[in-house]
Write a protein that binds this ligand. Structure first.
Ligand SMILES: Nc1ncnc2c1ncn2[C@@H]1O[C@H](COP(=O)(O)OP(=O)(O)O)[C@@H](O)[C@H]1O
Ligand SMILES: Cc1cn([C@H]2C[C@H](O)[C@@H](COP(=O)(O)OP(=O)(O)O)O2)c(=O)[nH]c1=O
Length: 203
């Protein structure tokens, strides 16, 4: 049986890591063979990206150009698809991924890069069976991650997150596999809504 590929997307603090873990547990309890993965990956390349791009440039633009950032995320994804995601799907596993190419479209588009170019450099990325967009107001997401962000960066992060949220909502109109879940509810209620969506769309 071919595997199932499920992706979580959303702005920082929308609950992706929390919900991805809960859904992986849910599948495991049903007897499925599940892998839980994320982007940037935990490889040397992914760690490099997190260090140089995410922490170096979350706000003010990194030492790297935005084009170079986009290509780095795409390079990490190429390795991820080829060495982790596709082999697991070929073995019939459920692959749950916290961020995927939609993050590149939403975030690098917000940096002013051309959407068509971003789609081109990610065209190798296999399409998920289901992409879950956890949507919530920027204000709430920033409240949830306030401990992670240096207070001096807050305003610029606010602007970026607002733009990224709008981009995600536009992407949801472009990609039929992307479904919107209200991330404002409690952890349990969001999980319940996600399970209902998975059962309706995939099982
Ligand atoms: N539905 C929710 N309601 C309130 N807080 C939440 C909810 N989901 C996650 N959180 C909290 O918000 C923070 C960010 O959650 P996380 O899953 O790390 O988000 P992301 O991976 O999207 O950045 C964590 O402290 C988490 O415990
Ligand atoms: C995968 C990916 C992430 N990103 C950004 C989104 C996040 O700010 C950061 C990834 O860090 P992450 O640990 O996912 O942040 P969070 O858990 O708060 O969502 O990198 C891109 O800009 N492009 C991409 O292709």
């Amino acid at each position: 049986m071919p595997g199932l590929f499920i992706v979580f997307e959303g702005i920082d603090g929308s609950g992706k890591s929390t919900q991805a873990k809960l859904l992986a547990e849910w599948f495991k309890e049903k007897g499925y063979d599940v892998i839980l993965t994320k982007e940037p990956t935990d490889t040397k390349l992914g760690k490099f990206i997190r260090e140089v791009v995410v922490h170096g440039s979350l706000i003010d633009g990194s030492k790297l150009s935005y084009e170079a950032e986009a290509l780095l995320f795409a390079a990490d994804r190429a390795e991820h698809v080829k060495k982790v995601i596709k082999p697991a799907l070929d073995k019939g596993k459920v692959v749950i991924c916290d961020r995927y190419f939609y993050s590149s479209l939403a975030y690098q588009w917000a940096r002013g890069l051309d959407l068509k170019w971003l789609m081109k450099i990610n065209e190798f990325a296999i399409k998920p069976n289901l992409t879950i967009l956890l949507d919530l107001p920027t204000k709430e997401s920033l409240k949830r991650i306030r401990t992670r962000v240096d207070i001096s960066e807050f305003d610029k992060l606010w602007d970026l997150q607002k733009k990224v949220r709008q981009n995600y909502l536009k992407l949801a109109e472009m990609f039929p596999e992307m479904k919107i879940i209200n991330a404002m509810n409690s952890v349990e209620d969001v999980h319940r809504d996600i399970v209902a969506l998975v059962e309706h769309e995939l099982l």
